[in-house]
Design a protein around this ligand. Structure first.
Ligand SMILES: [Zn+2]
Ligand SMILES: [Zn+2]
Length: 145
């Protein structure tokens, strides 16, 4: 949306810093993730970009997503046995997920680091991260039922 160019440049800087070569395909996948806001699967990214990148395969997309994930600029959201979805991880945010169509919408909410401290205190875990999801019907599906 707003700062696509900045986000893309920042992501590219992170990759360069890690010695990752920036190919046109990598740039296209990153750009798609930044602009899509739909938390696409590897397959959806492939279908969207394949017409412009005839050499691309689902495997290339998947491999690149894992390069980005290792660099910390993309998050993989796994949901049991359904295909993972991918999210550009520029800022911490949480997800509202539609029970009907599976759409994922971002929202911000402050202060959940406190939950990590409390959990560490109560369980003795060294907490590294957390994930919050809320479920229900999205704006469009709400109108259909
Ligand atoms: Zn929906
Ligand atoms: Zn997200």
């Amino acid at each position: 949306m707003e700062h696509t160019h900045d986000h893309l440049q920042e992501a590219i800087d992170v990759l360069k810093h890690r010695g990752v070569r920036i190919t046109p395909q990598r740039r296209a996948i990153l750009n798609f993730l930044i602009e899509a806001h739909t938390h696409p699967t590897a397959d959806e990214i492939y279908k969207a970009l394949a017409p412009n990148y005839p050499n691309m395969s689902v495997a290339t997309v998947y491999n690149n997503l894992h390069v980005f994930k290792d660099a910390g600029i993309v998050k993989e959201l796994s949901y049991g046995d359904v295909s993972s979805r991918f999210d550009f991880a520029s800022h911490e945010h949480y997800h509202a997920i539609c029970d009907n169509c599976g759409k994922i919408v971002d929202f911000s909410y402050p202060g959940l680091e406190e939950v990590e401290s409390l959990a560490a205190h109560v369980t003795g875990f060294a907490i590294s991260r957390h994930r919050l999801e809320v479920y229900g019907l999205c704006d469009e599906c709400k109108k259909k039922v």
